[in-house]
Design a protein around this ligand. Structure first.
Ligand code: ADP
Ligand code: MG
Length: 243
């Protein structure tokens, strides 16, 4: 298995708070890793560190063999390799759905307008919202907006997709339409790190579950092992609360 994202002894503090404690793990190409854990355990900080939206205090993070730089143009390039989807869809409110998807590729990947539009329409079609291309984000349902956010991230041709609780702000009836898109991506071989408590998704799509608590990876297992026979008391306790 070829490593794509490698974290080696990553530490991060917010002031006194030690939010990532010696995190080491490797995500292989094509692997789908689900990160699960109680609120405040460091899951979002971990994602943000991988995308270099947060600095780290020590340790290293490499994406496809390249160490994340501190800043500069190299950073924009590396960041473009990491697609990020947040809980709150974060679409550009004053741009059409189509423009939301074409903007990044034109700016960062230097794609021409026609090419960017063609590719954007393919991606919007793939996530099932091609017929919404000319609308403004606010005219779409939450599930549709989140699927646009996924298309927008994919438009940059990322090497890995990070999805941080992509369905937790959605009304229940919209969760599956987003999860289905994610399962499709996983089946197509996209490397993904997904923070979610959706066990249906984990069982269907994940190769591995990382259970985090208090800034540490407490347990690493297959979804089958983790959900049926968690080893640590902390994981058992957590699962008893969400199941
Ligand atoms: P999770 O996503 O697992 O809920 P987070 O990574 O968001 O956890 O947060 C981990 C801890 O770091 C929490 O205690 C949170 O309050 C704290 N934290 C997160 N972001 C910041 C920040 N920018 N400044 C200070 N503390 C933060
Ligand atoms: Mg979070």
């Amino acid at each position: 298995m070829e490593p794509l994202v490698v974290l080696d002894s990553v530490n991060k503090h917010f002031g006194e708070l030690h939010v990532l404690k010696d995190i080491s793990t490797t995500v292989a190409k094509g692997e789908v890793v689900v990160v699960i854990g109680p609120s405040g355990s460091g899951k979002s900080t971990l994602c943000r560190a991988i995308n270099r939206l947060e600095t780290i205090d020590s340790g290293t993070i490499t994406i496809d063999g390249k160490r994340l730089p501190e800043e500069g143009s190299g950073l924009a390039k590396l960041r473009a390799d990491v697609g990020m989807v947040f809980q709150a869809f974060n679409l550009f409110a004053h741009k059409t759905v189509l423009d939301n998807v074409t903007l990044g590729p034109m700016k960062v990947r230097k794609l021409g307008k026609a090419e960017a539009r063609k590719r954007a329409m393919e991606l919007l079609d793939r996530v099932g919202v091609a017929n919404q291309a000319q609308k403004m984000p606010a005219q779409l349902s939450g599930g549709q907006q989140q699927r646009v956010a996924i298309a927008r991230a994919l438009a940059m041709d990322p090497k890995v997709m990070l999805l941080d609780e992509p369905t937790s702000a959605l009304d229940p009836e919209m969760i599956n339409e987003v999860l289905d898109v994610m399962v499709g991506l996983a089946k197509d071989g996209m490397t993904m790190v997904v923070v979610t408590h959706e066990m249906g998704f984990a069982r269907k799509a994940a190769n591995r579950v990382l259970f985090m608590d208090q800034g540490m990876i407490v347990e690493e297992a297959t979804p089958e092992q983790f959900f049926t026979a968690p080893k640590s008391d902390r994981a058992k306790d957590f699962l008893s609360k969400i199941l």
